[in-house]
Design a protein around this ligand. Structure first.
Ligand code: NDP
Length: 451
């Protein structure tokens, strides 16, 4: 048995990379977890004997399938669909569906791997999965999106179900796409169950599910700030992205007294020195969710703002940064800019938005830094609440869901503090989240034997 943590990590990663070549995002996600857990695992030979970490890095099942569909010109289009069912030790698989041209097996596996620990942290009984396709919904008509979603679900439906695997939204999959997928699932399976979450309010959806990831992020950051006797009040906040997570993170941060000065998309960012208002956020929601336009259009409506094409917002002076767009959107250089400008807190809304170099900079500067698997878990937690309501054929009020969401984010924060507090009192939320998430899954895997 290995007793040196660094040697354990080196050997583990060498084997993982040899077995999963060409999957950099998956390697990155696993390395972060294994580095956090190595000091614990080398002291517990039974975990090494039972190969718990090795089993957790091997998906229980991967489904890859052809998604043929017809565009509006009647031409055949072919996309690739994925579902990575990573781990079902503590409950049915649960995780979103990403529709974006960058989707590949590495990205699906990294997201599914993160999802296992995240779902465990929520305290709800959910295993981890992720799915998606390299389909790009941008620029497609509603009819094209519908035909794609129907074709995607025609294959996926054989592998999912309310007690098997319950998909949800992610990048490129919002209420419209969930609707088309749910409709097709229902036709083919002849059942109305809670198999997808993020459904419309009139057909099984939960109040507050659209808001949950962004709101949950702010509840988590609020708790982090409270450990320093601080709050959102009067803070300048950078938000990246302008999709689901970004919109509601900005809304809640603003309502908690912060001045939110940026939004972005894949083409650039806007800086509004006067900060967001309810009206401006409503404008962004309409621009992105209904008109499906670009964030650059914001400056036409609000001329005091400036648009920076091809740039990310991390050079703007701020107290708090909330990355809510995509993976690896804060690199080492961005992190150094944030530190130089006095940023005291980074709360991740996106999955793995900070590179390993950026995380190292945040932690060595001892700022408040939370990994997405802890601070963005409010989305999947509320999906778990949607599953409960569907099973019970009940509907909770927005206040009830919000109270549960606050309670879950608070419990996740407490678990991170419990397992992540270092000798000098600094809370390393990366270690805290990884250890807390891992323990529950590991215990279940041990109890269930070699499977
Ligand atoms: P949306 O599709 O609603 O929005 C994504 C936003 O990120 C858009 O503004 C998009 O810009 C931008 N973006 C996407 N890819 C890139 C890129 N390569 N570079 C720069 N910007 C990019 O997705 P969500 O808000 O749902 O998801 C955002 C992040 O949050 C993802 O990491 C997701 O995995 C994570 N997450 C989401 C949850 C949810 O409940 N929705 C739950 C937990 C995590 P553009 O319009 O130009 O593409």
């Amino acid at each position: 048995m290995e007793t040196n943590p660094q040697k354990f990590v080196d050997k583990f990663m060498a084997e993982l990379i040899a077995k999963n070549p060409g999957e950099p995002e998956f390697h990155q996600a696993v390395r972060e977890v294994v580095e956090s857990l190595a000091p614990y695992v080398v002291k517990h030979p039974e975990l090494q004997e039972l190969k718990i970490l090795e089993r957790m890095a091997e998906p229980e099942r991967i489904i890859i399938f052809r998604v043929p569909w017809l565009n509006d010109e009647g031409e055949i289009q072919i996309n690739r669909g994925f579902r990575v069912q990573m781990n079902s030790a503590i409950g049915p698989y649960k995780g979103g569906i990403r529709l974006h041209p960058s989707v590949n097996l590495s990205i699906m596996k990294f997201l599914a791997y993160e999802q296992v620990l995240k779902n465990s942290l929520t305290t709800l009984p959910m295993g981890g999965a992720k799915g998606g396709s390299d389909f790009n919904p941008k620029g497609k008509s509603d009819a094209e999106v519908m035909r794609f979603c129907q074709s995607f679900m025609t294959e996926l439906q054989r592998h999912i179900g309310p007690d098997t695997d319950v998909p949800a939204g992610d990048i490129g999959t919002g209420g419209r796409e969930i609707g088309y997928m749910f409709g097709q699932y229902k036709r083919l399976r002849d059942e109305f169950t809670g198999t997808l979450t993020g459904k419309g309010l009139g057909w099984g959806g939960s109040l507050l599910r659209p808001e949950a990831t962004g709101y949950g992020l702010c509840y988590f950051v609020k708790q982090m700030l409270a450990t320093k006797g601080d709050s959102f009040e009067g803070k300048t906040v950078l938000v990246s992205g302008s999709g689901n997570v970004a919109q509601y993170a900005a809304e809640k941060a603003m309502r908690l007294g912060a001045k939110v000065v940026t939004f972005s998309d894949s083409k650039g960012y806007i800086y509004d020195p006067e900060g967001m208002t309810e009206e401006k956020i409503a404008y962004v929601k309409n621009l992105k969710n209904v008109i499906r336009g670009r964030i650059s259009e914001y400056v036409n409506q609000y001329p005091q703002a400036t648009y920076y094409p091809g740039e990310r917002p991390w050079g703007v002076k701020c107290d708090i940064a909330l990355p809510c767009a995509t993976q690896n959107e804060i690199n080492g250089e961005d992190a150094r800019k944030l530190m130089a400008n006095g940023c005291m807190c980074v709360g991740e809304g996106a999955n793995m938005p900070s590179t390993p170099e950026a995380i190292e900079i945040f932690i060595s500067n001892k700022i408040l830094y939370s990994p997405g698997k802890a601070s963005n878990a409010g989305g999947v937690a509320t999906s778990g609440l949607e599953m409960s309501q569907n099973s019970m054929r009940l509907k909770w009020t927005a206040e009830e869901v919000d109270e549960r969401l606050k309670g879950i984010m608070s419990d996740i924060h407490a678990a991170c503090v419990k397992y992540g507090t270092q000798e000098d009192g600094y809370v390393n939320y990366v270690i805290g989240a990884n250890v807390a998430g891992f323990m529950k899954v590991a215990d279940a895997m041990i109890a269930q034997g070699c499977c």
